[in-house]
Design a protein around this ligand. Structure first.
Ligand SMILES: O=C(O)[C@@H](CO)OP(=O)(O)O
Ligand SMILES: [Mg+2]
Length: 411
């Protein structure tokens, strides 16, 4: 009784703290989740520090850890991973950045880091590609929009460094700072100059773009500034198939997760109708995952919406979306020959509107798995499960052992 396939379902940021709006329950505790609870009842549960206790992980470092790539060794910044996810292929010497379409008011103060969670930004990206020109600085650029307010930028040219700051202050009500070199290296200075010029020129393009004029007429915040962060060069990643002897696919609307999957060698499967938000077509996503499991050994499926609700501080929306997730996961109850792993990548408590270091719930269910006595999938109940408290990097070794692909340590 051993499974041959693995489905990793990452409920991005689903984990939380007690919410005032939910009478002190977490959204997972407050939601009615018969499917997740049945999976918990039929599996082994625990809680997990995706990186380490007390470390607040980004989705980048946490997903690397969950896939068994120590972020301390492999992480070179969010930018190059996000860029790969939008379809920009990062070659040697290119510097990648994550960007947000954001809103500034007439005084230059940031009023919304996500431009009202704008979507459909492809025409804005196209206008930027057509009109921005960095050739006077000896720099070429690629710019692609991603899901929602997200986009990615990549710079290439002779002598570009990646040690530069960000113009994203990570809060609203302040002016975006200039991008600065973090060292005295002329290469970092050149990158910082290119970033500031890119921000300046793109703001002009965005300012009177028809899409923004229409948004303002409708009372929506215009996307009139790009916040750029996460500068980095692409790292080197041993391929998933060589590392584990497993073929695999990634299903995610979030470009960062797509990018991480691609760089470790998972095939990206786009699913029409998925948005990375609470309006995503999760049934289509689950169907795609089931299809992939017929031809691959391993599937990573990321569902992003709960994280967005956490970042927005919307506890009730988060609870309600968890119920939508739960209903969509029902077809997974009958999965044959498959080890099903469900977890979050990090907590995104509504009370702090950002990631926290609180450990996340995790369940593993499938043939041969010892079943513990926990019957609910939430932060508090899973802490009493048989996996106890593990780290993100423990997950792949546990999974490989359960599918009998683990190597014996010793003779
Ligand atoms: O992309 C996102 O969902 C979040 C966190 O990863 O970033 P931001 O706060 O810029 O929206
Ligand atoms: Mg995340």
């Amino acid at each position: 009784m051993i499974a041959h396939k693995v489905l990793f379902v990452v409920l991005d940021g689903v984990s939380d703290r007690p919410c005032d709006a939910l009478n002190g329950l977490t959204p997972l505790e407050a939601a009615k989740t018969p499917v997740l609870d049945r999976i918990a009842a039929e599996g082994i549960c625990g809680i997990m520090d995706s990186v380490a206790p007390g470390i607040r992980p980004g989705s980048d470092t946490s997903h690397l850890a969950l896939l068994g790539y120590p972020p301390q060794e492999y992480y070179t910044g969010r930018g190059p991973l996000e860029a790969e996810g939008t379809g920009i292929h990062m070659t040697a010497g290119m510097i990648g950045f994550r960007c947000n379409f954001a809103t500034v008011d007439e005084n230059g103060l940031i009023t919304d880091r996500r431009a009202g969670r704008i979507s459909g930004t492809a025409p804005l990206a196209e206008a930027i590609r057509e009109e921005v020109d960095l050739s006077a600085l000896g720099v070429e650029f690629r710019f692609e929009s991603g899901a929602g307010h997200r986009a990615a930028l990549a710079l290439s040219g002779v002598g570009l460094g990646d040690k530069v700051s960000s113009n994203d202050p990570k809060k609203e009500g302040v002016k975006p700072p200039a991008v600065k070199p973090c060292t005295d290296d002329p290469a970092d200075k050149k990158t910082a100059e290119a970033c500031n010029e890119f921000i300046r020129q793109s703001s002009k393009v965005l300012y009177d773009h028809p899409l923004n004029i229409k948004r303002m007429e409708e009372g929506l915040p215009p996307a009139n500034l790009l916040l750029i962060r996460g500068a980095g060069k692409m790292g080197k990643f041993p391929q998933f198939s060589e590392r584990y002897g497993l073929s695999g696919s990634v299903i995610s609307a979030a470009t960062l997760i797509t990018g991480i999957g691609k760089v470790v060698g998972l095939e990206h499967i786009p699913v029409p109708g998925t948005t990375g938000s609470v309006n995503s077509d999760l049934n289509a996503k689950v169907k795609a995952a089931l299809g992939e499991l017929e031809r691959k050994d391993f599937v990573l499926m990321n569902i992003k919406g709960a994280d967005e609700a956490g970042h927005d501080g919307k506890g009730i929306q988060k609870r309600d979306f968890i119920e939508v997730i739960d209903a969509a996961l029902e077809p997974l109850l009958d999965l044959p020959d498959t080890l099903l792993v469900i977890c979050a990548d990090h907590s995104t408590p509504c009370s702090i509107k950002d990631h926290s270091a609180d450990p996340v719930p995790v369940v593993i269910r499938g043939p041969g798995v010892r079943v513990d006595r926990n019957t609910r999938f939430d932060e508090i109940s899973c802490a009493e499960g048989g996996l106890h408290r593990i780290r993100g990097l423990d997950l792949m070794p546990i999974v490989l052992d359960l599918i009998n692909k683990s190597h014996k340590y010793g003779a």
